[in-house]
Design a protein around this ligand. Structure first.
Ligand SMILES: [Zn+2]
Length: 529
C-alpha cells in the first residue's frame, strides 16, 4: 500500500499515538567532547587551561572535566508538513538521550508555546502551508530568548505554486534555499570540524544575503553553502540542506550524527529549560465537533476541512453498510487533517488523512479509498485482522468507492491486484498467506482480495456477515489474540459452512482444532480430499 504508514488495531490514543508507532533509536552521547571544544573560543579555552594548571600544579592532572550539560527540549514542527520522519525519527536520530525531550507541533506554529523549549526543528519540502508573519515572529522570539532554530530545507514547490514556502522564513533571516543542488565533493569548513559529510538525497544550495553575518559550516565543490549558522538575539539560527540528515522510515540512517548532535546542543545552549517540566508541543489548534466526531486541523489546512468532511460524511454510511456493524464505541472519534500528500494512518480512535493524497480534491477515488482503508483499520477492532489486515482495508475502500461511482478505478485496484497475484500463484493454491514469511507482496494482496471476491460471489453481503459474526464471537474477554484459525472460524460461521478445508485446499494451512472460536452451528465439512 502506498500509504506512509497504516496501522491497524491498536488502541493508541491521540497525541501519543504517532510517537508510540515510531521505532525510536537512541544513541549514546558521543561527540560531547567536541561540543565542549566548540563551546569556547580559543582564548577562553586557553584561560581555562591556565587556571587549571595553576590550581593543580602540585598534583597529578585529573581527567578532563565533563562538558557542561546542555539539556535539549525540542519542538519538531509537523504542522506545515506531516511526515513520520519528523514525528519522532529526527528526534530519535539526533537529539534523544541525556534527558532530552521532544514534543511535536501539529498545529499552527505561532500558537505553540516554546516556554520550556530551547530548540525548534523546522523541516518541510513542497508543502503549500505558509510560514506566516506571525510564525516568523514566533521563531524570532525563541531566538531572542537564547533558543536555537533549525531550518532544514529542500527546495520544492507544491503543485503549481511558485514559491517554496520555507523560503519565506529563511529570507526573513537573510537566507534562501535554491533550486540548484550541491556539486560533489562537499566539505565541512574548519568551524564544523567534521571528518565526513554524508547525504541522504541531493542537497539544495543556500544563498546568504550577507555571508559575513554567517558562519558557513558546509560547502559544495563550488563553494556554495549547504549549512550555515548565525547568532540572532541570544540564540542561534542554523539553516541547512535537509539532505544532510536521515530519511529512512525505520530511522536506520542517522547520518552525520557524530557532528550533528554536538552542534544541536551548541545551538540550543543559551536558553536554559526546566528539566523537571515537560516540553510542550501543540495538538491541532482548530477543531469542530460533529456528533461523536471531532474534526481536527490548523489554520494552514482550514480551507480543506469542509471538502474532506463532506466526502467523509458520504463515505461513512456506505462503509457501515459494507461492514454491517457500526465502529466500536470510541473508535473513529477523531478525524485529523494531515498536511501531506503521503497517505494516512489509523490509531483506532483517530484516523489521519493526508489531505492532498492522490491529487485530492481534483481526483476523488484515492481519497475515498484512503478513507475506507483507514476507516477499516478502526472498524475491524477490537481485533485487527490477522493476515489480510492491509489488503482487506484497501479492498473495502475500493468497494466503497465503487458504490460512490468510481467503478473503473475500483475495478482496476481489485482486479489488478488479483491479476498480479495470479501471475505467481495461478490456481491460488501455492502460497500460505496466513503463515509463510516469504509470500510475495503481490500474492499477499491479490490472494486476499480474490478470497473475498469468492466469498462475495457466494453471498454478496459476505463482509457484513463476517464482521457481524466477528463482533459477536471475537470479544476481548474471550480471546487474547485473533489468529488465522479464529478468523477462518468466524468466516465459516458467517458463510454458514466449514471453510477450513477450502482454505487448506488453497494453500492456507489453518487448523480448526487450534481456533478458540467454536463453530457450533456450522455444519461439518466433508473430509478433506
Ligand atoms: Zn493500512
Amino acid at each position: 500500500m502506498s500509504t506512509i504508514l497504516v496501522t491497524g488495531a491498536r488502541g493508541f490514543i491521540g497525541k501519543a499515538l504517532a510517537t508510540s508507532l515510531v521505532n525510536m533509536n537512541h544513541w549514546s552521547a558521543t561527540g560531547a567532547a567536541g561540543m565542549f571544544r566548540r563551546s569556547f573560543s580559543p582564548s577562553a579555552r586557553m584561560l581555562c587551561a591556565t587556571l587549571f594548571f595553576t590550581a593543580c600544579a602540585a598534583v597529578a592532572a585529573p581527567p578532563d572535566p565533563p562538558p557542561a550539560a546542555v539539556r535539549i527540549h525540542s519542538v519538531t514542527d509537523i504542522g506545515h508538513e506531516f511526515t513520520f520522519y519528523a514525528d519522532g525519527r529526527f528526534y530519535g536520530q539526533y537529539i534523544a538521550g541525556d534527558g532530552n525531550q521532544d514534543a511535536r507541533n501539529w498545529g499552527t506554529l505561532h500558537k505553540c508555546s516554546f516556554k520550556n523549549a530551547n530548540l525548534l526543528v523546522l523541516l518541510s519540502g513542497a508543502t503549500p502551508c505558509p510560514f506566516t508573519t506571525k510564525d516568523i515572529a514566533a521563531t524570532r522570539k525563541l531566538l531572542e530568548e537564547g533558543g536555537g532554530v533549525l531550518v532544514l530545507g529542500t527546495y520544492g514547490t507544491f503543485r503549481d505554486q511558485k514559491e517554496y514556502q520555507l523560503n519565506a522564513l529563511a529570507r526573513a533571516y537573510g537566507a534562501e534555499f535554491l533550486k540548484n543542488t550541491a556539486k560533489e565533493p562537499c566539505h565541512a569548513t574548519q568551524a564544523l570540524n567534521a571528518k565526513e559529510i554524508k547525504k541522504s538525497w541531493p542537497c539544495s544550495l543556500i544563498r546568504l544575503d550577507n555571508p559575513k553575518e554567517w558562519t558557513i559550516l558546509i560547502t559544495d565543490a563550488d563553494g556554495g553553502a549547504l549549512m550555515a549558522r548565525k547568532p540572532v538575539g541570544k540564540g542561534a539560527l542554523l539553516v541547512a540542506a535537509r539532505g544532510l540528515f536521515g530519511c529512512k522510515p525505520d530511522a536506520s540512517d542517522p547520518i552525520n550524527a557524530e557532528w550533528v548532535k554536538p552542534l544541536l546542543r551548541d545551538v540550543a545552549k543559551n536558553k536554559k529549560v526546566d528539566p523537571g517540566a515537560p516540553v510542550e508541543g501543540q495538538w491541532f489548534d482548530r477543531s469542530e465537533k460533529h456528533g461523536k466526531l471531532t474534526l481536527c486541523y490548523s489554520d494552514y489546512t482550514a480551507h480543506e476541512a469542509d471538502t474532506i468532511k463532506s466526502l467523509y460524511d458520504k463515505c461513512m454510511p456506505i462503509l457501515e453498510d459494507i461492514f454491517g456493524v457500526p465502529p466500536i464505541e470510541g473508535a473513529m472519534t477523531g478525524l485529523l487533517l494531515l498536511p501531506t500528500g503521503g497517505g494516512g494512518f489509523s490509531s483506532g480512535n483517530n484516523i489521519g488523512l493526508g489531505i492532498w493524497w492522490g491529487d485530492f480534491p481534483k481526483n476523488l477515488y484515492p481519497m475515498i479509498e484512503l478513507i475506507g482503508h483507514e476507516g477499516a483499520h478502526s472498524w475491524v477492532l477490537p481485533f485487527g485482522e490477522p493476515f489480510w489486515n492491509e489488503p482487506i482495508a484497501t479492498y473495502i475502500g475500493a468497494l466503497a468507492a465503487r458504490r460512490m461511482g468510481c467503478t473503473k478505478e475500483a475495478d482496476n485496484i481489485i482486479y489488478g491486484n488479483i491479476a498480479r497475484a495470479k501471475k505467481l500463484d495461478p490456481d491460488m493454491t501455492k502460497y500460505n498467506i496466513a503463515h509463510d514469511t516469504n509470500v510475495p507482496g503481490e500474492v499477499g494482496w491479490g490472494k486476499a482480495m480474490w478470497i473475498w471476491e469468492q466469498m462475495r460471489a457466494e453471498k454478496p453481503d459476505a463482509i457484513a456477515r463476517y464482521f457481524k459474526a466477528k463482533r459477536e464471537l471475537a470479544k476481548p474477554g474471550v480471546l487474547k489474540q485473533y489468529t488465522p484459525d479464529d478468523c477462518v472460524a468466524v468466516l465459516s460461521v458467517a458463510m454458514e459452512r466449514d471453510l477450513f478445508p477450502w482454505f487448506r485446499q488453497h494453500g492456507i494451512m489453518v487448523d480448526k482444532s487450534k481456533a478458540t472460536i467454536k463453530m457450533d452451528k456450522v455444519p461439518a465439512a466433508k473430509a478433506e480430499q
